[in-house]
Design a protein around this ligand. Sequence first.
Ligand SMILES: [Mn+2]
Length: 433
Amino acid sequence: MGTVYVTGHRNPDLDSVCSAYGYAGLMNMQDADNTYIPVRCGHLADSTRSILEKLDIDIPKYRRDVFPRVKDVMLNADHKIDADDPLTAVAAIYETNNPSAIPVYEKDEFYGLLTVDDITNWTMRELSQSSKITKIPKVKEIMTDQGEGLSSDEFFDEARALLQKSSKRGLAVYEDDRYVGFVTRRCFLKMPAYNVILVDHNEPEQSIRGIETANIVGIIDHHRLDAIKTSQPIFICAEPLGSTCTIVYQQYIRNNRTPDSVMAKVLLTGILSDTLILKSPTTTGDDVVAAHILASICRVDVDEYGLSMFEGAGGLKDKEPMAAISADFKSYSENGVKIGIGQCEVTTLNDLKDYSDEYLESLNEIRNMKGLDWAVLMITDVIHEHSALLCTDHRGNRHLPYSPVAKNIFDMPNVMSRKKQLLPEIIHAVGVQ
Ligand SMILES: [Mn+2]
């Protein structure tokens, strides 16, 4: 039985969270040998959270990283040696297991680790004094100073380094000061790897931290391909559709499954969010068909439900700029130039000048914080299919095909898609000498 984490990208938007939830749900029906757990590797924006809360699901839990940890390699002994037991009690265990360390208890409390060094040292000392061992000691009488233990959450790498440097054969492992197991040097011979399926992204930079140490076992995505090389053949389903949730829906169909009403609404939410209620130019016929079938399963009207999602999110004027920009912010690297592109959805651009200065300032701050060369924010009016672009200072600004309306602010009529419309222009502007 294995565990497979299904995760979207780091700034979890609705498509990302809903497709992780939906694909994990499908895989749990398809593959009884493994457990698929949807997770998110970033924090939810308030507007995203409030829409997810209405879906009546367990929102995928936050998981910071997939770096292997001590708890992934620690051992538990199936035998219980008491500190007051005679050393002979250990003999049987040695015969079968040959362990380099054995946990010892006093009553039922963990007492410490008895190591093979403790036994050898005592035996040699005895033999150097007389030629045969006459008295069998209690286990605790030959145990040496324990030193510090490890936390079960300690990173594999750091724990291995610690053990290599120490003179100990093994270390006890604690969780909240409670003994939970132990590790020996043998535990660190091979680094374990988590199984991960990437949805709604494939670039390692946008993925859960530690993805380079994981086993990527699948990719379901609708973005440009810039994935990590894998060592095994994996399942990839990448199509240029408007939403990853559409691809997930098609996987249900492909596997002869129908999403139930709750799952249908989850997938519909992702589709309407990413396609801006099927109006973004990234929208394909497949998205339209999927959205309408899913809407009929969960008995909602596509437009009505879509508008309720965006209207509920409120305007930018009342939001905290740093949080609003960071909520959906993606980083790219092109010709050695580091670019960040944020996108916010609104239902009107009429109040843009009320908050543009503040947002430009925060955009600058984000650029500095993330070490980017150029940061831009696309503010999209989903009702009127119109966007505005806020930019930090960069030579690329001069090469954008949009009309400036103020310093570092551009007007983008009919532009709704970061990926399909804005990103190619940004890449072009960066490439112009
Ligand atoms: Mn998406």
